[in-house]
Design a protein around this ligand. Structure first.
Ligand SMILES: [Zn+2]
Length: 372
């Protein structure tokens, strides 16, 4: 007698930060949290971001009786050289807990250093353009900002401390960029999950992660525009808190760095086109629209996302991306379909011709929306 049917194979895997704390003024609690992990904290940061929070970071650590043993506030790019340099300094000072403070480059450098030193890492974001703070990976670039590799880390930060007073006071374009990047979660993660399932390949996505990614999408649709207006007006409201959580916690939830699909591959392709004048999250948002076209989603669904993007000032037409050299779009489409890129995570085969057609179709729909 058969008691249960067989599983389809593959291992479900999820990587999450141990603790996530978000709210206005929570930076004041940093010292108390750090004390749970060590006594010799070391900060890795960018110069501008550290200058914004340095006084509060130092005061909080001091009041907990664990002053900073040192800091490196010179991260302008997460390179292998920068990682080694910060690592040597942290090691020489015998630090026992690493605090990454700033945007994606600084927190990625801090996470990579902590991994190599087998130390816990705490991330303190100073803006909302990225979800790198909670992720178990570090994206390494060259000095001239060319992608080198994605380092997969064994664990996520032990704490992500998001002070809304800090991130919501950063220039409003950051939260808009963060929303553009987070938008991709509801489209890329399910595509990635379906592909892994079909290949019976590990890691399989957990249903928990997929649910949270979908919740991220509904939060963005409901609160996105209001959050942008509130940040512009200098108000920290429930909409701002909801969107900050969607970006910082929900968008990357449970994927440990993996989980990209067509939208990011299209972003990567477009970065080769001269004249591109938008930031990561903005380009990814356009990539989402192209992915929706590739997936042959219903027009109403695509237009809903386009209207939302338009309301936030995210690009929906090629002309919104800058003065692109359109003769290079063929190369961009080829790059997007590079077997090593995340297009391979789509559950069906995507050719450069399909990408090129989908980009034109997205552009046509975008133009039509502007005329209507
Ligand atoms: Zn991204």
């Amino acid at each position: 007698m058969e008691l249960c049917s067989m599983s389809e194979g593959g291992v479900r895997n999820v990587i999450l930060p141990s603790r996530y704390v978000q709210g206005a003024g929570v930076l004041g609690q940093l010292g108390a949290f750090v004390k749970q992990y060590g006594e010799r904290p070391y900060v890795i940061s960018g110069r501008t971001s550290f200058s914004k929070v340095r006084a509060r970071v130092q005061a909080s650590l001091l009041s907990a009786g664990i002053p900073l043993v040192g800091y490196d506030d010179t991260v302008s790019e997460c390179t292998h050289a920068k990682i080694s340099e910060a690592l040597s300094k942290a090691e020489a000072l015998d630090c026992d807990v690493v605090i990454g403070c700033g945007g994606g480059k600084a927190v990625d450098t801090a996470k990579a250093v902590a991994e190599k030193l087998h130390l816990p890492v705490i991330t303190v974001p100073t803006q909302c353009a990225t979800n790198a703070d909670g992720m178990a990976d570090a994206v390494v670039f060259s000095e001239d900002h060319k992608f080198v590799e994605d380092l997969w880390l064994s664990r996520a930060p032990v704490l992500v401390l998001v002070d809304t007073e800090v991130v919501a006071r950063a220039p409003p374009q950051y939260i808009v960029q963060g929303m553009g990047d987070a938008l991709a979660a509801a489209f890329e993660k399910p595509a990635y999950a379906a592909t892994q399932r079909a290949k019976k390949a590990s890691p399989l996505a957990t249903n928990a992660a997929l649910e949270v990614n979908m919740r991220c999408f509904s939060t963005l649709m409901t609160h996105g525009l209001q959050a942008k207006k509130d940040v512009e007006a200098g108000r920290i409201t429930d909409s701002v808190e909801a969107v900050v959580e969607a970006i910082k916690l929900q968008s990357g939830f449970g994927f440990g760095g993996g989980g990209c699909a067509a939208a990011h591959a299209i972003h990567n392709g477009l970065t080769m086109v001269p004249g591109l004048a938008r930031k990561h999250g903005e380009i990814v948002a356009f990539g989402v629209i192209v992915q929706m076209v590739l997936e042959k989603r219903p027009l109403g669904e695509i237009e809903r996302v386009m209207r939302w993007c338009k309301s936030l000032g995210l690009p929906i037409r090629l002309s919104d991306l800058g003065r692109l050299d359109r003769s290079q779009l063929v190369r961009a489409a080829e790059k997007a379909c590079d077997p090593g890129d995340s297009m391979a995570s789509m559950p069906f085969e995507v050719t450069p011709k399909m990408v090129l057609d989908a980009v034109s179709e997205a552009d046509r729909l975008g133009e039509a929306l502007f005329e209507s």
